[in-house]
Design a protein around this ligand. Structure first.
Ligand code: GDP
Length: 326
């Protein structure tokens, strides 16, 4: 494990806002080596007092909806206002495809060229839990490094959206103006997570269709009970390409923040997220223990075979495996 002194010096460099230190620290977090992981835990613990300060925004939407174009435009707007913007991504499929699609610098050309932005692609850590855990810690590091806004991008696949929603203050769903499947998201429960829906690509010939889609979403949201009694998720139209509606979109995010802080739900959401995070880490640790110990692994495999053969009930097998962790 890197020495405590070297971790402390990395923490100091990171706090001073050195990008190379931030990149090194995130690499440490993403490492699978157990000594690196121990060092990463020390580092995060050391930096904890400097975290929690950023505006954390999750952004979801199907591939092609305009997430990276939007993040580029929104990021540049914030930078023009003097803010530092970090972009992270949660893409559990990147482990399978071998390369990360999300958070790719080439997709956010203007931001990538700015000194006030930091873009980090999704960690390719295998399970969604692993990817989310690393992204959460990367977010804390970005905060400690002085980033004012953290944008976390994800694609519209169920579980990863929940994971991103669970680590952010505001969850934005981008939709396409096309007809037909707009209401898809509502069926999938996405809309229950969203704090706002933005129908993107509302430009040129698409404006009318975008307005129609927005009206449909408004109608649909109306019949759902909102997540908070202090916030009715707005539906707006925008164009990441022309920049139309982007200022208004950010203003809504600030309005939400003010409203949530005023009623106490902001702090409550963060508290719940912390606790949920702890449990998810605990689950991962326990599974990791089962997998790391060869003797336990062998016994788990045997129990698994018994379950597959129908000789032991899944419930009894789970009890037996849980016993092993004692
Ligand atoms: P992502 O996969 O969600 O990140 O989508 P991209 O940002 O890569 O955008 C996909 C395509 O849609 C690109 O060709 C963009 O230029 C285009 N696009 C993104 N936003 C807009 C928009 O607001 N209006 C129009 N007309 N095209 C857009």
């Amino acid at each position: 494990m890197p020495s405590l002194a070297s971790i402390a010096s990395l923490a100091a460099d990171l706090r001073a806002g050195h990008r190379a230190a931030l990149a090194r620290a995130i690499t440490l977090i993403e490492s699978r080596r157990s000594d690196h992981q121990a060092a990463a835990r020390e580092l995060v613990q050391m930096l904890l007092p400097d975290t929690g300060t950023a505006i954390r925004v999750g952004i979801t939407g199907s591939p092609g909806v305009g997430k990276s174009t939007m993040i580029d435009a929104l990021g540049m707007l914030l930078i023009a206002r003097g803010q530092k913007v970090a972009v992270l991504a949660v893409d559990p499929s990147s482990a399978r495809t071998g390369g990360s699609i999300l958070g790719d610098k080439t997709r956010m050309a203007k931001l990538a060229a700015s000194d006030s932005a930091y873009i980090r692609p999704s960690p390719a850590a295998g399970t969604l839990g692993g990817v989310a855990a690393k992204t959460r810690e990367a977010m804390l590091l970005c905060e400690a490094a002085g980033f004012d806004v953290v944008l976390v991008e994800t694609v519209g696949i169920g579980q990863s959206e929940t994971a991103v929603c669970d680590m952010t203050d505001f969850f934005l769903a981008l939709m396409l103006p096309g007809a037909g499947d707009e209401l898809q998201g509502i069926k999938k429960g996405l809309v229950e997570l969203a704090d706002m829906i933005a129908v993107n690509k509302a430009d040129g010939d698409n404006i009318k269709r975008a307005n129609l889609a927005a009206a449909e979403y408004r109608g649909a949201l109306h019949i759902l009970s909102p997540r908070s009694e202090h916030w009715q998720p707005p539906v707006l139209t925008c164009s990441a390409l022309t920049g139309a509606g982007i200022t208004e979109l950010w203003q809504k995010i600030l309005d939400h923040r003010a409203a949530m802080k005023a009623c106490g739900e902001f702090a409550e959401r963060r508290r719940q997220q912390q606790v949920k995070w702890m449990w998810s880490m605990l689950e991962q640790r326990m599974l990791a223990r089962l997998r790391a110990d060869p003797a336990m692994r062998a016994r788990v495999r045997k129990t698994e075979a018994e379950v597959a053969a129908g000789r032991v009930s899944p419930a009894l097998a789970a009890d037996q495996i849980a016993e092993m962790l004692k």
